[in-house]
Design a protein around this ligand. Sequence first.
Ligand code: 9UX
Length: 69
Amino acid sequence: DTQSYQLSIAGMTCAGCVNTVQKALNNAEDVVSAEVNFASHTAQVISKGKVEELIKAVEKSGYQASLIV
Ligand code: 9UX
């Protein structure tokens, strides 16, 4: 089923980084939508998949992510 995840994103230093992470998440498998907030260093993701896939996608793009529970 579809789940909402809030991630903490580390390593973003500018708005370009935000775009990179947001694109990576939106292109990840099972993702319905992803929005990255630079000020709070968080991402709000709606996904039909597992959070591990989201974290992997962020890491592949050069940043770090952890689930906020
Ligand atoms: Mo901006 Mo972020 O030039 O790596 S994209 S620092």
